[in-house]
Design a protein around this ligand. Structure first.
Ligand code: GDP
Ligand code: IMO
Ligand code: MG
Length: 419
């Protein structure tokens, strides 16, 4: 398989973990390039459920190199716990690598996030409270602590001193340098064997013509540039984030695929034009088990949004679409699909780049009859009910992108290869 990027095409939780696990089988390495432990990627194998927050979702295949790239913000406490949990379940972690240039999420980043969310009041973002935003803030402000720094007492002491003085002045946080120093040096000792120059490692793999999967976290609509700003995460979760987050050039990427659910969900605050408030929304939430993999919060549910798909296809340069959770729609009598928005009486076909416009957009729907058949046991694409095939064609037509993989259940094998 060539070097392939998998990103979320909606607001996250599209089922990326399951797809990465499937594609990892035919790849040599899987790389996370942005985000932090705000991500929760689920893989279900033989009814055993794994939820990955930092470790790439290819780790269940022994020997596949799993790389946490420089663009990720790493909470070492979470990483140590994740490693321990996987080891206790018999998973081999000898091929895990963590970038020495990845920035560290410190415990005080979570405290700062709490303060900032409180200050936002009515305009709070509804973050996952994993300290991700403040860690990226420190990175851009050039005071961040990097994974490599956890291996050097002198460097870490100096950086901590500077940061604690800043946070004392700015947030009146009174933190103990000694305690933080010892806690984070200890994480450094525990993680030392994994920490390395991952950009160089990826380069070497590419020179050996190995195939690499790049695993996006969050989704296009949560991208700090292209998402519903400010209701977004603090990294570039669209395909553009791969190069800087992994240390490669655009010429080294062969294919980009977006993952979308057959409907839409969103966790946290912010506009969501096709949100369903009421019975059908509740039904999708229950059938789709739409509760956050990281925070357990219920996800808001809505109809499939074709305007968003067209936008995601554009800003990611998508070569194809991977559609998940079609089975969740099996019981519906009628299914709506958003083809455009209406704004102040005008029809809008392109996703608006301004929040105040998006907030006033109303979806324009087309409706099809549901198929009302169990799709979760289908093993051949041509056996899909006619109405389901019609639904897929409609999505392709609206999004101007082909569906290549279709997921019809949470288990590893619940997949149909369409192209
Ligand atoms: P990610 O963050 O994009 O990896 O997605 P999550 O793991 O947060 O959420 C996706 C959820 O849907 C998980 O609970 C998966 O086990 C589940 N899932 C994935 N694909 C399917 C599917 O095709 N059908 C059903 N019913 N569940 C799925
Ligand atoms: P995966 O990788 C869904 C959302 C939060 C909040 C906003 C900002 O599992 O798809 P943050 O903690 O990042 O500062 O929160 O982004 N969010 C996600 N929603 N899936 C995710 O990850 C998410 N990661 C962050 O709910 O609205
Ligand atoms: Mg998730």
């Amino acid at each position: 398989m060539p070097n392939t990027v998998i990103i979320g095409a909606q607001w996250g939780d599209e089922g990326k973990g399951k797809i990465i696990d499937f594609l990892a089988k035919k790849s040599d390495a899987v790389v996370r390039f942005q985000g932090g432990s705000n991500a929760g990627h689920t893989v279900v194998v033989n009814n055993e459920k794994f939820i990955f927050h930092l470790i790439p979702s290819g780790i269940l295949y022994p020997g596949k190199k799993c790389i946490i790239g420089n663009g990720v913000v790493v909470d070492p406490k979470v990483l140590v716990a994740e490693i321990k949990d996987l080891q206790s379940r018999g998973i081999d972690l000898n091929s895990l690598y963590v970038s020495n240039q990845a920035h560290v999420v410190m415990s005080y980043h979570k405290q700062i996030e709490e303060i900032e969310e409180r200050q936002r009041g009515r305009r709070k973002i509804g973050t996952t409270k994993r300290g991700v935003g403040p860690a990226y803030t420190d990175k851009i402000a050039r005071r961040g602590i990097r994974m490599g720094d956890l291996l050097d007492r002198d460097v870490l002491t100096e950086k901590l001193r500077m940061n604690l003085s800043f946070y004392r002045d700015f947030y009146r946080l009174d933190l103990s340098l000694e305690d933080l120093l010892e806690e984070y040096l200890d994480y450094g000792r525990k993680l030392k064997r994994y920490i390395t120059d991952t950009s160089l490692l990826i380069h070497q793999l590419m020179r050996q013509r190995k195939s690499i999967l790049f695993e996006g976290a969050q989704g296009t609509l949560l991208d700090v540039d292209y998402g519903t700003y400010p209701y977004v995460t603090s990294s570039n979760s669209s395909a553009g984030g791969v190069c800087v987050g992994a240390g490669i050039g655009p010429t080294q990427i062969d294919k980009v695929f977006g993952v979308a659910k057959a409907y839409t969900t969103r966790v946290g605050e912010g506009p969501f034009p096709t949100e369903i408030k009421g019975e059908v929304g509740e039904m999708l939430k229950e059938r789709g088990k739409e509760y956050g993999s990281t925070t357990g919060r219920p996800r808001r549910c809505g109809w499939f949004d074709g305007v968003i798909l067209r936008y995601a296809a554009r800003v990611n340069g998508m070569d194809g679409l991977i559609l998940t959770k079609l089975d969740v729609l099996d019981v519906l009598e009628r299914i709506k699909i958003c083809v455009a928005y209406k704004y102040k009486g005008r029809i809008i076909r392109n996703f608006p780049s301004e929040l105040r416009i998006l907030e006033e957009c109303e979806p324009i729907y087309e409706e099809i009859k549901g198929w009302r058949e169990d799709t979760s046991r289908i093993t051949m694409p041509k056996k899909l009910p006619e109405q389901a095939q019609k639904y897929l064609r409609k999505i392709e037509e609206i999004g101007k992108v082909r569906i290549c993989l279709l997921s019809i259940g949470p288990q590893r094998g619940d997949l149909l290869v369409l192209r």
